[in-house]
Design a protein around this ligand. Structure first.
Ligand code: URA
Length: 242
């Protein structure tokens, strides 16, 4: 890769236009190899120099990968007229054309991968790859051994075929205002529309809250508060790609 001007590298990273980038440089928001740099014309070698923006290391490839702990109340879309989007939570994050990999319902919380790597997203979402997704489910009612068997062996949710075999584990049962509330860990290998809610509806124990804990090899970093995000580590990314 040829040396490039720092302002071009920064604007190609999606941080802002060339003129916005110049202002950010003036403010001292950018460092190269640990040193704050204010000159837009400085030439950098993208593969060997480490460029950071507000503390986050910018990738020399055009792809960026973030893990978001999605809070309830945000839609998994790039644009929406009715509610804030998950992308609005990544306002200052580098990366052009970021999008969420798949959808979590507006009221669902937890792990959401956000990237601009279309081919990787496609691989993770392709039904033929059966990428595991694990959810923590609070359901109204007492989940019985028979319910667990039905969830695990495949259940009619109104599609052409029943759901694929899944993993279901009852973690606890509590009483809330006189009603039993069961906590279940459910792992599914597909991703039909509202799948988890429809599976629990089918056993007559509606979902009260839903949180995604993992997608394939990627586990939610529990140190992220709802609404917080971070870049994937090299190891997380390599495992996801494998
Ligand atoms: N299944 C659902 O019903 N909702 C989600 O957000 C994710 C999986």
């Amino acid at each position: 890769m040829k040396p490039v001007r720092l302002d071009k590298f920064l604007s190609d990273s999606g941080i802002g236009t060339r003129s916005q980038v110049k202002l950010l440089l003036k403010k001292g928001s950018v460092s190269v190899n640990g040193e704050i740099i204010r000159q837009p014309e400085l030439k950098i070698a993208p593969e060997s120099d480490t460029v950071s923006f507000q503390g986050a290391i910018l990738s020399h490839s055009e792809f960026y990968y973030y893990m978001l702990n999605k809070p309830a109340g945000y839609v998994s879309a790039t644009d929406d007229n009715t509610a804030p989007t998950v992308l609005s939570l990544l306002k200052n994050a580098p990366g052009r054309g970021l999008f969420p990999v798949g959808r979590l319902d507006k009221d669902t919380e937890g792990l959401l991968l956000i990237t601009n790597d279309g081919p990787l997203a496609h691989r993770l979402l392709s039904p033929k790859n059966h990428v595991d997704k694990t959810y923590l489910v609070h359901a109204l009612g007492l989940i019985t051994a028979d319910d667990l068997i039905r969830l695990e062996s495949g259940i009619d949710i109104g599609e052409k075929a029943p759901t694929l075999p899944a993993g279901a584990k009852l973690l606890s049962v509590k009483t809330n205002n006189g009603h039993a509330v069961s906590l279940v860990e459910l792992t599914i290998h597909e991703g039909k529309f509202h799948q988890v809610k429809r599976m629990f509806q089918a056993i007559g124990k509606p979902v009260l809250s839903l949180k995604r804990l993992s997608m394939g090899t990627l586990l939610l970093d529990e140190t992220l508060a709802p609404g917080e995000f971070r870049m994937l580590t090299d190891e997380e990314l390599a495992n996801l790609r494998a």
